[in-house]
Design a protein. Structure first.
Length: 484
RNA sequence: GACCCAUUCGUCUAGUGGUUAGGAUUCCGGCCUUUCACGCCGGCGACAGGGGUUCAAGUCCCCUAUGGGUCGCCA
């Protein structure tokens, strides 16, 4: 029997990274064993529906490479794959379940339910349905139905005993039936709840392994009771623990930047992001940390999933992203870096390709590029104290001296060849009996107006070209002379 | 509050009765160097606490603590 897993998001907007990780694990489980990955849209809550959210899900799955074999857009043998299009199925199934004795109609109003809960809360009791409609006679039920009273369908829980199931990650879990509430399966609006739809659909769609967040761990026995009532075989369960923002808070949509798209917009590469979230709560059993998607397919196994919640560490993501950036070819890096460079550098003459070779080893996330290159467009206001560097024993006075040595040499330097410039300056330092580092430090400050730059003085000269370099050099000399 | 689950360096983790408790990241040193970064080398840093079981416990059991989850006509 081939493995079938599913990703079943509700179309409520952004793709949270915890959600993405669940999708990744489900996809990996299927693909690592030659199985199928199914996308199902769980839109049973009409109030929470968000326009465009389904397309957004398609885009992310396509973008990350977690492609599905069956889904609303691709079809498949077990469709429709959108729950709002399966309403007749749930209706039929719920009626069947009532016949089977696994469920009953409940005509209680939300107001009555609230007050029951209120009373239970005051008394310090467990809050659960009080069974009011459980023993309605067939006549009473018919009367209510004839009166068109709205009703929900509730699952009838056994009163005693316990259900045990064996989770693939957490092991054996046992829940006493006495703690179970009679779940609502069908709402008054004719839509199923998750509690019902997931069971019906997972069964009908022949899902073999249910991968989902650990918040469902405790409800799983309720679902198994449903399977049992129908006479179906439950799937295997793979519950994965939460992704946390910090030790106390779960990563949540409300925290703002936990979304896939936000990370991409901040300049993270999708490969790095995916790699990182794979590692949050899973490991290959060895020391490897860098995985392509196909590496993951090869290495993935349920045994590597850990039980405890993992805190999302953006610092480590940054590092991983840097690793991915450094592995890019020069062309590939320039392609993704140039748009970021162009947000601040408008110059047509600056050598962007060369700039990129300098930037590549100095970039962890793309969004830090603009601040690194802003001096290229326009030299910032800077203090001549930048010429002071203790270790190199430089200061504005000898800085000026250095620039005056460099000025005629560079003026005469033809062609403006970067590879030749550095040895030329080294030689120039020797001739003038001055430390080459003094010359280079001053040159860098003169060209950039900054203490930290990608690359050194000759690198900057290469980026700017001769005319702009000489312009900056001369104006630096002017500036220093004025200060004297 | 009740129930379920978890707990190894700050963080992600390896570890399935006998290890100097390993790796990665962060941080700190050093080397390299045209500033910074990259790279390389090194360092700091953990078995939540208490009881058992055992010749031997991070590994098994119990209790406590802490944290998370669930208790919706949300999923």
């Amino acid at each position: 029997m081939t493995i079938r897993t599913r990703f079943a998001p509700s179309p409520t907007g952004q793709m949270h990274v915890g959600n993405l990780r669940t999708a990744l694990y489900a996809w990996l489980l299927a693909k690592s064993q030659g199985g199928a990955f199914i996308l199902r849209i769980e839109d049973t809550d009409q109030a929470r529906k968000v326009e465009g959210a389904v397309d957004f899900i398609y885009n992310i799955l396509a973008d990350t490479g977690l492609t599905h074999d069956e889904g609303p857009d691709k079809g498949g043998e077990y469709g429709p794959y959108t729950q709002s299009e399966r309403l007749p199925i749930y209706k039929e199934m719920s009626e069947k379940l009532i016949e089977l004795g696994g469920a009953y109609r409940c005509f209680c109003t939300p107001e009555r339910l609230d007050s029951v809960r209120e009373v239970q809360k005051e008394a310090g009791e467990q809050q659960k349905y009080d069974g009011h409609c459980l023993h309605l006679s067939p006549e009473e039920i018919q009367k209510n139905l004839d009166a068109n009273l709205p009703f929900v369908v509730r699952q009838k829980m056994p009163l005693d005993g316990a259900t045990t199931f064996d989770d693939e990650v957490f092991g054996e879990i046992t829940i006493e039936h006495s703690t179970l509430d009679d779940l609502i399966l069908m709402k008054t609006d004719g839509f199923p709840t998750y509690n019902f739809a997931n069971v019906v659909d997972d069964h009908l769609m022949k899902i073999t392994h249910v991968v989902r967040g650990s918040e469902y761990l405790i409800s799983t026995p309720k679902y198994n009771l449903l399977y049992q009532a129908f006479g179906w075989t439950p799937p295997k369960y793979v519950h994965v623990s939460a992704v946390m923002r910090d030790a106390k808070k779960k990563l949540s949509k409300r925290d703002g930047d936990a979304n896939y798209r936000d990370f991409i917009e901040k300049g993270y590469l999708k490969e790095a992001l995916l790699n990182y979230i794979a590692l949050l709560g899973w490991n290959a059993g060895d020391d490897r940390e860098k995985f392509t998607l196909s590496d993951l397919v090869e290495a993935f196994s349920i045994a590597g999933i850990s039980k405890s919640p993992a805190i999302f560490d953006e610092q480590k993501l940054r590092w991983l992203n840097g690793e991915y950036i450094r592995e890019l070819s020069a062309e590939a890096f320039q392609k993704i870096a140039e748009p970021w460079i162009r947000t601040v550098v408008k110059s047509k003459t600056a050598d962007v390709a060369y700039l990129c070779t300098l930037l590549q080893k100095r970039t962890e996330i793309l969004s830090e590029i603009p601040e690194k290159v802003d001096f290229i467009e326009e030299i910032p206001e800077y203090s001549v104290e930048l010429y002071t560097h203790k270790k190199m024993k430089t200061n504005p006075e000898n800085g000026l001296q250095s620039l005056k040595i460099l000025q005629p040499a560079l003026e005469a330097f033809e062609p403006w060849d970067h590879a030749e410039m550095y040895p030329m300056i080294v030689k120039l330092a020797e001739v003038n009996d001055i430390n080459k580092k003094k010359l280079l430090w001053s040159l860098r400050v003169a060209l950039s107006g900054k203490a930290l730059t990608p690359g050194g003085g000759t690198d900057l000269a290469a980026i700017f070209g001769k005319s702009e370099s000489m312009r900056r050099l001369n104006s630096a000399i002017d500036k220093l002379e004025k200060e004297e």
